[in-house]
Design a protein around this ligand. Structure first.
Ligand code: ATP
Ligand code: MG
Length: 313
């Protein structure tokens, strides 16, 4: 059985309950919710019964405990999460604006997960894994980038595979070293999972089919394009297929891409057909947006099967 590894940020998310522009005035909040893109991803993999682990760090505080308990309860191997009693768990304050865009206050780089290193114990854990999933958002600090690249090297040397979700907006590309790190990860990627314009981050191509062709020619085995409520598409050297989004009421879009990705990767690794993997991933993304809170909408396989059959009825 494959074991999936991810490395990166663990956060709590604290959400303003009233829409508005940012945090310059006192506003009602709800949280802490367990969060962080790689944490949501790995929690969804765990809920599917997929062996999986995350390498990260939390502080010796309640925000750390919220995450440790959730991840462990959902079946994630948390032996790679170091608890630093002298540090504070990362956090993100989020407020939706009336137009649907989001204002954030992040504490990531200076939090416990700001420095992640692969010591001997962590390196052993990497050695147990046959797949690494990289979130572009996790390339936020040099020590994390170094750990991710080292883990990719170990897993690939053992014949394993890499999936990559850029999970960023073009403006983050301006942070120092980010573009180089993204390109290095892309060169090792087997399964690429961009959303929207992220498909064009690394290419001069002007059309989707040109961009996909270029990525497949560079050695990537498969590209999965996420399109929010409009669904998703799958491309490899021999196949192209698209599925519409399931018609659901969107309560909170955060985490959809992460749940979608974890479900696709788990099915893909276990030999599912692209159509089956895409259908379960789309169901996972749709269920994620139906729940308030970033990790609250992760699904078990039974929940996905029930959702799909209800939708087909
Ligand atoms: P994130 O904002 O978490 O980074 P993303 O941009 O990576 O997400 P999305 O395209 O928003 O990813 O969502 C991933 C998948 O989840 C979509 O391809 C779709 O299948 C499903 N999905 C997302 N939003 C909706 C929705 N409103 N209705 C139905 N399905 C949805
Ligand atoms: Mg989105």
């Amino acid at each position: 059985m494959h074991k999936i590894l991810t490395i990166g940020e663990i956060l709590v998310e604290i959400i303003a309950t009233e829409k508005g522009d940012g945090f310059r005035k006192a506003t009602p909040l709800i949280g802490p919710f367990p969060s962080g893109a790689p944490a949501i991803f790995i929690d969804q993999a765990g809920k599917l019964g997929q062996p999986c682990a995350i390498i990260s760090r939390v502080g010796g505080d309640d925000f750390g405990t919220v995450n440790l308990e959730r991840l462990k309860g959902d079946g994630v191997d948390i032996s790679g999460i170091e608890v630093d009693p002298l540090a504070t768990t990362g956090s993100a304050f989020v407020r939706y604006r009336p137009d649907g865009s989001r204002a954030f206050v992040f504490n990531i780089r200076d939090s416990a997960c700001g420095k992640i290193t692969l010591d001997e114990r962590m390196t052993r854990l990497v050695g147990e894994c046959s797949h690494v999933h990289v979130m572009g958002s996790s390339l936020y600090a040099p020590s994390v980038v170094e750990s991710i690249l080292a883990a990719i090297g170990i897993v690939k040397a053992g014949g394993g595979t890499v999936s990559f979700d850029p999970n960023l907006r073009p403006e983050i590309l301006k942070s120092p070293g980010m573009r180089e790190a993204l390109l290095t990860v892309l060169a090792e990627t087997d399964l690429f999972l961009p959303s929207g314009d992220e498909l064009f981050l690394f290419t001069e191509a002007k059309t989707e089919s040109q961009a996909v062709a270029e990525l497949l020619a560079s050695g990537i085995k498969a590209v999965v394009v996420k399109r929010g409520a409009a669904g998703a598409s799958y491309f490899d050297a021999g196949a192209a297929l698209s599925l519409p989004g399931f018609p659901v009421e969107e309560i909170d879009p955060t985490g959809a891409g992460d749940c979608f990705g974890a479900t696709f990767v788990s099915f893909w690794l276990n030999g599912a057909s692209p159509r089956e993997a895409l259908e379960f991933a789309a169901a996972s993304g749709a269920r994620a947006v139906m729940h308030f809170g970033p990790m609250e909408g992760a699904s078990t396989r039974a929940e996905l099967e029930r959702f799909i059959s209800e939708q087909q009825a």
